[in-house]
Design a protein around this ligand. Structure first.
Ligand code: SAM
Length: 224
């Protein structure tokens, strides 16, 4: 597998969170703030991927793209798309993808709370949703992406045998997500303790948790 010398791509200092309005849907704003990521309804995939095909793997909230880039190197035949709110992170990932001429991976500056209408029904094999921002205060829960509407969109784009992978180091988030999935009812889910069933490169946040000895939960979610 190709090894990237990341020293060639100095990473800017990034704030942990962005303007809180970005976590809310575009239509919930009375006026469209100029700093809001563009709404995307349709995509011409040949602008993003060398083979012109739509992605079959999504990384939602890809952050600095550690998993995204490693996954694309391990699976050069698969198109993977990251989506991320923090513009600086997306710009940095773009600089790496351009510098390394990686053409099976792309990232969008996009707030996923606005849905995935640019992804076709029954087209996705794998979705990653890793270490979502916990927003522990009750008044901030509305900034959490995981909701009935979000699950409905995931269900729509997933193929019948697709897998949704979840990972979090916040117990409250884990329980919250389980509650939402139970209410939604169209998914089965189980914890994954076994590395063989979780054959994925590590995310940046996962590496951080491992370095600091912070425990985290992994969950495998499938359509019923
Ligand atoms: C804690 S980071 C984890 C990043 C990466 N998944 C990892 O495991 O290293 C969570 C990321 O989700 C992004 N995010 C949160 N809400 C989002 C939304 N509505 N749309 C897109 N990205 C979002 C945040 O900006 C942040 O970069």
């Amino acid at each position: 597998m190709k090894v990237i010398d990341f020293k060639k791509y100095p990473m800017p200092r990034m704030r942990h969170h962005v303007n809180p309005t970005l976590y809310l849907s575009f239509k919930s704003h009375h006026k469209s703030p100029f700093w809001y990521p563009p709404l995307i309804e349709h995509i011409k995939w040949d602008d993003y991927f060398a083979n012109g095909k739509q992605p079959t793997v999504l990384d939602i909230g890809c952050g600095r793209g550690g998993l995204l880039i490693d996954y694309s190197l391990i699976h050069p035949e698969i198109n993977i798309l990251g989506m991320e709110l923090r513009k600086q992170a997306v710009e940095w990932i773009h600089s790496v993808l351009a510098g390394e001429e990686l053409t099976n991976v792309a990232t969008l500056w996009y707030s996923v709370v606005n849905g995935l209408s640019f992804i076709e029904d029954d087209s996705i094999d794998t979705i990653f949703y890793f270490f979502p921002d916990p927003w522990p205060k009750l008044r901030h829960h509305k900034r959490r992406l995981f909701s009935q509407e979000f699950l409905e969109e995931l269900y729509r784009v997933m193929r019948h045998d697709a897998t949704l992978f979840l990972m979090t180091d916040v117990e409250e988030v884990d329980l919250y997500q389980q509650e939402i999935m139970k209410e939604y009812g169209k998914f089965t889910f189980e914890y994954c303790e076994n590395d063989e069933d979780w054959d994925l490169p590590k995310t940046d946040q996962e590496k951080f948790s491992l370095r600091k000895g912070i425990p985290y939960k992994r969950m495998i979610v499938r359509k019923r």
